[in-house]
Ligand binder design. Structure first.
Ligand code: ATP
Ligand code: F6P
Ligand code: MG
Length: 320
């Protein structure tokens, strides 16, 4: 009988997860495995919710957002009982390995499972791009493009009304997405958890921008910095300028994956199954300096991704 391999999508959905599922399933089938899709993230694993994936069942999904397996957050996995149930379910289902497609939390789950003797390969997928061991996560480029396109539109109305906008960008407690959005959308400022904001300086610069003839000023504000509406009120009070807020919200998680996201997802999925077939496990698949890479899950968990202050400086230098 063919060995069975499980695929699970976990945490927030990210565009390109489907392309990764397709790649893992097709490469796994090529190597002769039976590919089992676990539904609804780890909650589905605990509830034994699964489906067999075939070459045809993963057809026509490379270009779709969301995840056909569904996903979710399952706090129970962080408990001893939950982890025990997950290990039991994996054994009951006869899975030789589990390929986990998700973000840093999903990586922590992979780490725990591997410590319980389960063979795991994690694939980096999250719009947050906040994981050590990969320069980019699946979904990040798509979310970046979605946010930039939205800010281009906000710019039109901001210019027409001579307004300042505070635009809230997702990213949980990090500013990785925000800084790149800021650069690509030509934002005047970025506010990220990794860098302290000097309100006096920021407001003085906003006013100076106006004096230099700027008709709009946009602050890309990372969700991890607190309440964007309160921040906007503060800015309005300190500057006397007309300030509005726009929270881009969940549109950043949806939509058709960009070509770059699809390429990344396809390469990651293909590599994950090749690694497992070669007898490797407990690895985290990502991209480093343009090449698909694999670091041990342990290492990826231990280290923190460094925030790129240089990019933040470029945003500032160019927003004159
Ligand atoms: N420390 C942990 N131990 C075991 N399982 C964990 C741990 N942290 C997270 N998980 C499991 O992984 C799931 C996904 O984690 P989380 O909700 O943090 O999303 P993520 O994978 O980081 O993705 P994203 O940040 O893109 O939404 C959690 O709901 C939980 O089931
Ligand atoms: O979908 P939920 O549970 O509201 O989570 C929102 C979080 O998920 C993310 O969108 C990542 O998937 C973060 O940027 C955000 O903080
Ligand atoms: Mg996360």
């Amino acid at each position: 009988m063919a060995k069975r391999v499980g695929i699970i999508t976990s945490g927030g959905d990210a565009p390109g997860m489907n392309a990764a599922i397709r790649a893992v399933a097709r490469r796994g089938i090529f190597w002769g495995y039976q590919m089992i899709g676990i539904k609804r993230g780890f909650k589905g694993l605990l509830d034994y919710e699964f489906m067999t994936l075939t070459l045809r069942s993963v057809s026509g999904i490379i270009n779709t957002g969301g995840t056909v397996l569904h996903t979710g957050r399952c706090p129970e996995m962080k408990t001893k009982i939950g982890m025990g149930r997950a290990v039991k379910a994996i054994k009951d289902l006869g899975l030789s390995a589990v390929i986990i497609i998700g973000g840093d939390g999903s990586l922590a789950a992979g780490n725990s499972l591997s410590k319980h003797g389960i063979k795991v390969i994690n694939i980096a997928a999250s719009i947050d791009n906040d994981i050590y061991g990969t320069d980019e996560t699946i979904g990040y480029d798509t979310a970046l493009n979605t946010a930039v396109e939205a800010i281009d539109k906000i710019r039109d109305t901001a210019k027409s009304h001579d307004r300042v906008f505070v635009v809230e960008i997702m990213g949980r407690e990090h500013g990785f997405l925000t800084v790149d959005v800021g650069l690509a959308a030509g934002c005047e400022y970025i506010v990220v958890p990794e860098m302290k904001v000097d309100m006096q300086k920021l407001t003085a610069e906003l006013k100076k921008g106006k004096e230099r003839g700027k008709t709009s000023e946009i602050i890309a504000f990372a969700e991890g910095c607190g309440c964007s509406a309160e921040f906007a009120k503060k800015v309005e009070k300190l500057t006397g300028l007309d300030v509005r807020v726009s929270n881009l919200g969940y549109i950043q998680r949806g939509g058709r994956p960009t070509a770059r996201t699809r390429i990344l997802a396809s390469k990651f999925g293909h590599a994950a199954m090749d690694l497992f077939h070669k007898g490797k496990a407990n690895l985290f698949v990502g991209i480093t300096n343009g090449n698909v890479s694999a670091v041990s899950i342990c290492e990826a968990i231990k280290c923190e991704k460094k925030f790129d202050v240089k990019t933040a400086k470029i945003v500032k230098n160019l927003s004159v």
